[in-house]
Design a protein around this ligand. Sequence first.
Ligand code: HEM
Length: 270
Amino acid sequence: MATRARPATDWLWWVALGLLIAPGLSLVLRLAGGGLGARPLHSALRATGDWALWLVLLTLAVSPARVLLRWPWVVGLRRALGVAAAAYATLHLLLYCQDENWHLGFIASEITLRFYLSIGTLALLMLLALAATSTNASQRRLGRNWKRLHALVFPALLLSLWHDFLEAKADISAVVLLAGFSCWLLAWRLLPAGRRERTVVLVTLGVLSGLAAALSEAGWYWIAVGVPPQRVLATDLSFAFGPRPAAVVALAGLAAALAAAVRRLLRRPG
Ligand code: HEM
């Protein structure tokens, strides 16, 4: 049966819509007004890529927020988040085409020959398929196959992360953060339904996701730059450069465990 896509309060939906459109609008205005630095198109390309990926993550965060915080209304925002992710990814592609002066033959050859662009394109096609079939009518028409089709969000996320890791040059903090959060969100879904809310399970998940983020960072520096992994891992234990992405992921996981525990206590009768 189709799930209700609208949140309980219409005003919330409009606020969410405004928040989703605002960064795109601000980007277009800054692009037009010359406020995006020396390589404005390139900056806009990067910003839209980041937004698309964060929105895919937020779409996946809806289920844990509903279960752990007991926020049933967030389900109504899922469709808007998913469609916005596809829209920002499309804008990202359009900016790439503009950056290449719409030389479509060259763009097609780049997409076929450069692996990071090929997998980015595949991820975009998946996001577009999800957005196009996100309506209630599609849910009804596709029946049980709708859920199967929408499981494409997982390969789309993994391909987008891979795309981001492959194009990253020197500072990979942002993609490591995204990888750690993705790890938490994917692992949480694999947990048996009865264990997903247990504090000990959530604390372990937070710590392991932080560890996964640390390992992905060390692995990238080792493979791409040849820096020994132990040197990168050692920086995770030092706060000299501020909190490292792995620590942020672990702390966010612990915060989720704490929030879920408080929510459970508040609901306990008497
Ligand atoms: C047709 C598909 C795509 C093309 C042609 C494309 C192209 C690019 C290019 C050229 C870059 C910048 C590389 C550089 O800095 O030199 C980039 C970065 C990026 N892309 Fe894509 N991309 C595509 C799809 C996607 C999708 C579907 C996502 C996410 C959902 C995504 C997320 C990102 C992210 C996060 C970055 C890095 C931004 C940053 O460094 O701050 N891309 N992409």
